[in-house]
Ligand binder design. Sequence first.
Ligand SMILES: N[C@@H](CCSC[C@H]1O[C@@H](n2cnc3c(=O)[nH]cnc32)[C@H](O)[C@@H]1O)C(=O)O
Ligand SMILES: [Zn+2]
Length: 431
Amino acid sequence: MKTLIKDCCIIKMTNENEIIKKGYILIEEDKISKIGEGEYKDLKDEKLNIIDGEGTAAIPGLINTHTHCSMTLLRGYGEGLPLMKWLNEKIWPFEAKLDAEDIYIGAELAALEMIKSGTTCFLDMYYFEDDICKAVGQSGIRGIICTPVIGDDWQQRIERFKAFYKRNNGSFDGRIINMLAPHAPYTCTRESLEQSAKAAKEMNCGLHIHIAETLDEVETINKTYGCSPVEFLEQTGIFENKVIAAHCVHISDKDMEILKKYNVTAAHCPQSNMKLSSGISPVSKMLALGINVSLGTDGASSNNNLDMIEEMQTASYLQKLSTSDATALSPYETLEMATVNGAKALGLEKEIGKLDVGMKADIVLIDLNKPHMVPIFDVCANIVYSGSGKDVKTVIVNGKTVMEDYVVKTMNEKDILNSVKKSVENILSRQ
Ligand SMILES: N[C@@H](CCSC[C@H]1O[C@@H](n2cnc3c(=O)[nH]cnc32)[C@H](O)[C@@H]1O)C(=O)O
Ligand SMILES: [Zn+2]
């Protein structure tokens, strides 16, 4: 069965000037087979499932390149603290009580929230990874699910990763991919970082890590190793792999040169950085230097949601403010961070991040028939500045419709919300 989306505005993300005012997208199997202006002509010969796109804008599914999915269970928990206090005093003690079932429910909640706000692919760093793969696989979206390397049992974790990777990488029609995630330079030892780098090379997979999130971190690393977090990580061999580095807030010009040299992607998380008072990442500067910068929400408890449209708005406004330049991060450039750059970060640029013939059909329809969305002088500005995840009407991933006309088809929303309540009650009752 083929699916035709008709009469929608199409933002292909192939070129800023290539926005189709009214056109169609034809989907065959998991891919886009035709895309064009006006009406699709060969209607009569084909059996088509038709989605009326009138009054919507089609964009590539949004790509969240840094989150901890089941932290949805910690939404609103541990407010008003800076990173280290937040982790040590609130988050880590809470996480110590979670079991596989909690993580599964938290991941379902995250997937549901992502679908409803237009995210079709995300990069995740959380534990009970097998359960996360299952929840995400069943939800219909794409997930790059990592095994975290943190703490004293890092050797076992790296070994665990190898078996985990064999079990899950490429599962659910290729929608699940696995990477290894050494947590951060201040929670990993030199040896555990070196061994993570080695394992990733052996498995030919990517690495996901937090880098230079706070000044505290920079000071700690400087005291311990006499250099910056980025310089230290270069020594460990981490950057000889595909690396997605969350945050990159406190980085020097020299650090940026290193990131550029190794093609490291910086996954910018502006709302989390603002909320934990971590600082402002030099995004415009990195982009000008040719560093790939993508976008992430971070976990729901430092944000407090997984809405990538809101995140785009924050990213753009924050660069305008911090550089004193109103032209900084235009709506189109910000959309690029959440689509094209995200795909590039993950090594999936030939498959997702753009709407074009031969690309996977990961498509989001944004509702423009709303008071806050008219008039339309610049459709990208309407989406990034006037819109939010709540304007996402229809979502297609890998050719399958996971939400149509605001109704999620792959998950039972009511059941999930009930399970979350029960799960949190259980967690709080544990010692
Ligand atoms: N403690 C678990 C989970 C590690 S996953 C990643 C960890 O990153 C934590 N985390 C979430 N947001 C941030 C952040 O912004 N910076 C650093 N760590 C974070 C999160 O709470 C979680 O503990 C284990 O032993 O496997
Ligand atoms: Zn994080």
